[in-house]
Design a protein around this ligand. Structure first.
Ligand code: NAG
Ligand code: NAG
Length: 208
């Protein structure tokens, strides 16, 4: 009997450690890096260089709407399977980065300028919030719902690093109200009526 119990424990452990959620980061690769498809001999230093952030430090000033500039494996293919990526968040004063999750990575945020109120919610709905000053780091644990709010009066600029070249981004407003889930399902889920759900959807469509 003890043998059978050990076997079941082992199988459970195996299922946990090999489940897609436990293993959802970048895969280990057995080459130094992933060259571009088709012409590996064309790789030189410029393949490992990303210039998309030059706009962020240009003297043009802050953008008028909340802007995210990313360097993930999509924008910067040399990152493929290197388990790292970076993004810049540019907030006009008063702007919000709405609640969202990165399903495949924690997020480590560094505030460069401005004042940023940040928060995340753990998986049993406890809110952890903080107001950051320039120079502060804040970590959003992997997969949890989080947001940022530039409380002003200045614009805010933050940089964040992710432990995946493709961390993913699930926007809570868009995934719940912008994905075609039936109004009746949403009305019942939010304990409200269809008209209220349609009002929320209309507001999101205007903003997008
Ligand atoms: C691959 O890239 C090298 C260097 O840029 C170039 O000389 C060569 O013609 C390319 N080969 C193909 C098949 O595109
Ligand atoms: C969330 O935080 C609360 C308060 O600290 C804690 O009691 C609870 O266990 C946490 N939930 C998880 C899943 O860690």
């Amino acid at each position: 009997m003890a043998g059978l119990k050990h076997a079941i424990d082992f199988l459970l452990l195996l299922a946990l450690t090999t489940s897609p959620t436990a293993n959802a980061g970048d895969p280990d690769i057995i080459s130094d890096f992933i060259p571009p498809a088709g012409n590996a001999s064309a790789v030189d230093g410029s393949y490992f260089t990303y210039t998309g952030f030059r706009q962020v430090i240009s003297p043009e000033g802050a953008p008028s709407t909340f802007t995210v500039v990313k360097a993930t494996r999509m924008e910067f293919p040399a990152l493929k399977d290197q388990s790292v990526s970076l993004a810049t968040l540019l907030f006009p004063a008063g702007a919000v980065n709405p609640p969202h999750t990165q399903p495949r990575s924690a997020e480590l945020l560094f505030l460069v300028m401005g004042t940023l109120q940040v928060g995340f919610v753990n998986s049993t709905n406890r809110l952890y919030t903080q107001t950051l000053q320039p120079g502060d780091l804040f970590v959003f644990p992997k997969g949890l719902v989080h947001y940022q709010f530039a409380t002003g009066p200045e614009p805010a600029v933050a940089i964040f690093a992710l432990g995946s070249s493709s961390a993913g981004m699930v926007s809570i407003p868009n995934s719940v109200f912008g994905s075609g889930i039936d109004d009746v399902v949403l009305a019942k889920s939010f304990k409200t009526d269809v008209a209220t759900i349609q009002k929320v959807k209309a507001g999101l469509a205007v903003r997008a």
